[in-house]
Design a protein around this ligand. Structure first.
Ligand code: SAM
Length: 227
C-alpha cells in the first residue's frame, strides 16, 4: 500500500499513462500503478545504485519485469525516445532539486504531456520553472503525513502568468487555503519569527540589517496571505 503522500501523486497520473518516475527509490509508485492496472508501463529512474537495486528488487518480487523498467540514470536521462513516456513524476525531494532535474533534461520532455511533482520544501522553485518553460498548473494539493506537510503540483503544457505571491504559495492553494496549507505557513511564520528574534541579539551590522529586512519581508508576506 502506498503512503498517503504517494497516493496523492498516484491519483494524478492519468489512466493508461506511460510513466517515468524519476528518483523512484523502491519503484513503489510505478509498480503500484501497473499492479492496479492504472498505467500501461513505467520507468523507474534512479541516480544512486542502492535505490536502483531496491527498484530492481521490487520489480522482481512483484513479477513486473518488462512492465516496469529500472534505469540507473541521472534525472531525465532515464527517459528514452522509444519508451513513449507521456507522464513524468518526481516526488520526495526539495523543489529546487526537482526544478533542476527538469531544467537539465528538458529536451527529453518533448513527448511528455503531464508532470506530477511532489516537493517536500520550496515548491516555488517548481512554479517558477514552469512559467519559464511553457507549463502551467492544472492542480495543486497539500497534505500532512506523520507530522510533515507535502505539496503536489500537476503541470501541463500552456502559458500562464502568476504573481510573486502565487509562485510562492500556489495560485490554487492560496485561494482555497486548506487546513494543511494554513498549518504549513503558520509553522513557517513561527520559525521566521524565532530567527528574527534571535538576530536581534546579534551585534548590529549592515549585513545583519539586510538579512533581517529580507526575513521580515518574507514573514509579512505569509501574514498577508493568511490574512
Ligand atoms: N520518489 C520516492 C518517494 O517519493 O518516496 C523516493 C524519494 S527519495 C527521498 C529521493 C530519491 O531521488 C533518492 O532515491 C535519490 O537517489 C533520488 N535522486 C536524487 N537526485 C536524483 C537525480 N538527479 N536523478 C535520479 N534520481 C535522483
Amino acid at each position: 500500500k502506498l503512503s498517503k503522500r504517494l497516493q496523492a501523486v498516484a491519483s494524478r497520473i492519468g489512466n493508461d499513462a506511460v510513466l517515468a518516475d524519476i528518483g523512484s527509490d523502491h519503484a513503489y509508485l510505478p509498480a503500484h500503478l501497473v499492479l492496479t492496472d492504472r498505467i500501461r508501463r513505467g520507468i523507474a529512474g534512479e541516480v544512486a545504485r542502492g535505490p536502483f537495486e531496491s527498484a530492481e528488487a521490487t520489480i522482481r518480487e512483484t513479477g513486473l519485469e518488462g512492465k516496469v523498467i529500472a534505469r540507473l540514470a541521472d534525472g531525465l536521462e532515464a527517459i528514452r525516445e522509444e519508451d513513449g513516456v507521456d507522464t513524468v513524476s518526481i516526488a520526495g525531494m526539495g523543489g529546487p532539486l526537482i526544478a533542476s532535474i527538469l531544467e537539465n533534461g528538458k529536451e527529453r520532455l518533448s513527448g511528455v504531456r503531464r508532470l506530477v511533482l511532489q516537493p517536500n520544501i520550496h515548491a516555488g522553485a517548481i512554479r517558477s520553472w514552469a512559467v519559464a518553460n511553457g507549463w502551467h498548473i492544472i492542480e495543486e494539493d497539500i497534505l500532512e503525513e506523520d507530522g510533515k506537510i507535502y505539496e503536489v503540483i500537476v503541470l501541463e503544457r500552456g502559458k500562464a502568468i502568476y504573481d510573486d505571491l502565487q509562485l510562492r504559495f500556489g495560485p490554487y492553494l492560496s485561494e482555497r487555503q486548506p487546513p494543511a496549507f494554513r498549518k504549513k505557513w503558520e509553522r513557517e511564520a513561527a520559525s521566521l519569527r524565532k530567527i528574527i528574534d534571535r538576530m536581534q541579539e546579534a551585534s548590529p551590522s549592515e549585513e545583519r540589517d539586510i538579512k533581517e529586512a529580507k526575513l521580515k519581508r518574507s514573514l509579512y508576506e505569509i501574514l498577508e496571505v493568511l490574512g
